[in-house]
Write a protein that binds this ligand. Structure first.
Ligand code: ATP
Ligand code: MG
Length: 246
């Protein structure tokens, strides 16, 4: 099967801080897994994704993605991994059109200085269609609603056609119907392309049914890691959980 992600005894500490935000994290993800990461605010979920992406350098331990060690700035890893960040501030006056933003996902794959080909444009267009945002393609990104912008960011990450995708609260701005729709699309990609997903989700009722494993973080540590049914059972009962319909 092979490993998608391997973290061995990783500590990540932010510049100028004394206490690591990730403490001794060991996490192995097989190719084709669909993982939800949950935990309270400040638990280290975003730090975990950014460490895997090579956006933050771990101070101790080893990070490998698809068997490759991170290089100095993590650029070798970012070619292989799609990322939907939790925070993306988009200025009202940002001149980029939605189609430009989705196309930017291709640069992550081909390299910034490479010319965009017809195929790149076709893939970007397909992803907009897939997410149901084609009619927004000529609108400035800064003029969209939060939910529309979130779908654009998801389309951008998919336009890279990555083997692994990391998403940080991808449903936070979506209404229930949109969550269900996007969740169905991700499930389809997971099944047909065998993509590996690691998704940070605050609202456990939005965890897609296809998710096979849940990781719980708290205070920079992984405090639980196992099958969804085992990890969520107590919380599910408490919430009268019915699961997202897909
Ligand atoms: N840029 C930064 N500089 C210093 N400390 C930071 C920085 N970003 C995050 N931290 C600290 O790292 C810890 C983990 O933060 P992180 O953003 O990973 O949490 P999270 O689980 O994603 O929380 P949330 O649910 O609020 O998004 C927190 O204690 C936070 O204060
Ligand atoms: Mg976060």
């Amino acid at each position: 099967m092979g490993k998608a992600i391997e973290l061995n005894q990783v500590d990540t500490i932010y510049e100028g801080e004394k206490i690591p935000s990730l403490k001794n994290i060991t996490l192995h993800v097989d190719k084709g897994e669909f993982i939800a990461v949950i935990g309270p605010n400040g638990a280290g979920k975003t730090t975990l994704l950014e460490t895997i992406m090579g956006l933050l350098e771990s101070k101790r331990g080893e990070v490998k993605v698809l068997g490759k060690q991170l290089n100095g700035n993590g650029s070798n890893i970012r070619k292989l991994v799609g990322y939907v960040p939790q925070e993306y501030s988009i200025d009202d006056l940002t001149p980029f059109l939605v189609s430009d933003v989705v196309l930017m996902g291709r640069y992550g794959k081909i390299g910034l200085l490479k010319p965009i080909t017809k195929n790149d444009k076709t893939v970007a267009k397909k992803m907009m269609e897939y997410l149901g945002i084609s009619e927004l393609s000529n609108r400035p990104i800064g003029k969209l609603s939060g939910g529309q912008a979130q779908k654009v960011m998801i389309a951008r990450s998919l336009a890279k056609e990555p083997e692994i995708i990391l998403m940080d609260e991808p449903f936070s701005n979506l209404d229930f119907e949109a969550r269900r729709e996007v969740s169905e699309k991700l499930t389809h990609l997971h099944k047909t392309k065998n993509m590996t997903f690691v998704i940070v989700i605050h609202d456990i009722a939005s965890i897609p049914k296809v998710c096979n494993r849940v990781i719980v973080m708290d205070s920079g540590k992984i405090v639980a890691d196992g099958k969804k049914e085992d990890i969520l059972k107590p919380e599910l009962l408490e919430m009268g959980y019915k699961g997202i319909a897909c």
